[in-house]
Design a protein around this ligand. Sequence first.
Ligand code: CA
Length: 219
Amino acid sequence: MLASRTYFTAVTAAVLLAGTTGTALAAPAHGARRVSHLAAAPSAAPGFSDGSFENPRVAPNTLRTFTTGRSIGPWKVTQATVDLLDGHWQAADGQQSVDLNGTEKDLPSTRPGAVSQTFATTPGATYTVTYALAGNYERGPAVKTGKVLVDGQDFQDFSFDTTGKSATNMGWVKRQMTFVATGDSTTLTFASTTAHTPSGPVLDDVTVHRCKPSCCCCV
Ligand SMILES: [Ca+2]
């Protein structure tokens, strides 16, 4: 149910982003969902890459902390710090994933971090973002929270309950949202809102696909 609520919230936000144009786009898009399996496959957004956080490589079973302004492949840390981990726990895809709350010297004061990637988009086109979500179960709070932003605007809140989770049972879940691009490039941001802990929401396997005109959901 949560996934459905957040999805429809995202669709509503997409309409708000696009203004009157978005309203016009939204109506046929819902109707097209029923035939989406007949539509051509959606295409990956050009310029978007390494949604799996596999570069740079981190030594096996270690983590590397990145501070604001540092790059993680095509991603940039845009708030506080984040940790890139390899093998510390089960990744959703490949070997590496990102803890959106990085390790800082004063652990109880660790601030929520964020990562962003900017990629080419076509104004007015609809894009679907999927991502895998889990949480760092090592320190509280049990429920990790964060949000997805598109061009700096809050777009989708997320939360993940780490109760009972472990390195071999991360409990990865898939989330999805849709946005309408307003410019020839778009910045997608994943930000933690979990404060005062080095254990935040964990992110992996981000994909961005451009929806075909006859396709709403791209899945
Ligand atoms: Ca990965």
